[in-house]
Design a protein around this ligand. Structure first.
Ligand SMILES: Nc1ncnc2c1ncn2[C@@H]1O[C@H](COP(=O)(O)OP(=O)(O)OP(=O)(O)O)[C@@H](O)[C@H]1O
Length: 247
């Protein structure tokens, strides 16, 4: 999905959180949104999904307005998958049920009944099997999510986001709290999808896995291009922040 933002400014009360954002992401592109805490990364994702309205500017996702008519909003929400900062898997439920619940808004009664019996509705069987294999969570599906490690939970959250075949995948700090090896694995899995991907991160090592980096600072785009070298970043953020790997 192609994303276009022009002249987007967001304020919360007196605080300007995003200022004059101009950004175009081509269909199929993979973009890391890099920046220190409070830079406005999550807010930018929330603008794209229509959760936070800008005070100026406009947004189009595949030509649709996330703040437009009900049919536009419904079409967009069905085409967008999200992996959140702290995965919001439901405790007490298995990984399989958590993943299937993502498709709940598309369910018919027969699907609900199938899931209540502990099975996968027929129309999701093939896709769940394929995704579970690709993202190496087949063995984890029957496990209660509390028993999974952070990296396993993030892979379950990723499969949950992909089950509905999103054209746009938004990942908000999908690797936070993971060690560098597990973080790299999650990113590798994230980048296997054919969807357009926009992923926020504090971490330059994570950002460097992407073909394009958009860096935010104090709500403004301060870099947009191929993965910057550390020297470029030190100009952008100052040496102290780079030393902390933009945390
Ligand atoms: N709903 C809200 N109401 C008021 N202020 C908010 C709201 N959401 C975010 N903010 C503020 O906007 C600023 C940017 O927040 P945002 O979560 O977008 O930053 P971020 O770059 O994603 O940070 P982090 O990496 O820590 O998640 C912060 O100062 C935050 O406190």
């Amino acid at each position: 999905m192609r994303i276009e933002l022009a002249d987007v400014t967001v304020r919360f009360g007196d605080q300007t959180v995003l200022e004059d954002i101009h950004l175009t992401v081509a269909a199929g592109e993979r973009v890391a949104l890099l920046g220190p805490s409070g830079a406005g990364k999550t807010t930018l994702l929330r603008v794209i999904v229509g959760a936070v309205p800008p005070v100026t500017g406009w947004i189009r996702v595949d030509g649709l307005d996330p703040f437009g008519s009900r049919s536009e909003v419904t079409a967009l929400r069905r085409s967008i998958g999200c992996v959140r900062q702290r995965d919001d898997l439901v405790p007490g439920m298995t990984a399989r049920t958590n993943i299937l619940a993502a498709a709940a808004y598309q369910w018919r009664l027969i699907d609900w009944l199938t899931v209540l019996r502990g099975a996968v509705p027929r129309r999701y069987v093939r896709r769940l099997t394929e995704l579970a294999r690709r993202h190496e969570i087949e063995q984890l599906l029957p496990a209660s999510v509390e028993r999974l490690s952070g990296g396993q939970r993030q892979r379950v959250a990723l499969v949950r986001a992909l089950l509905t075949e999103p054209l746009l995948l938004l990942a908000d700090e999908a690797t936070s709290g993971l060690d560098p090896v597990r973080a790299a694995e999650v990113i590798e899995h994230l980048l296997q999808t054919e969807a357009t991907v926009v992923a926020t991160t504090h971490d330059l090592a994570v950002a460097s896995c992407f073909e394009r980096v958009v860096a935010l600072r104090h709500g403004r785009v301060v870099f947009d291009g191929a993965v910057p070298e550390a020297d470029d970043l030190s100009r952008i953020y100052g040496r102290a922040l780079v030393a902390e790997r933009v945390t």
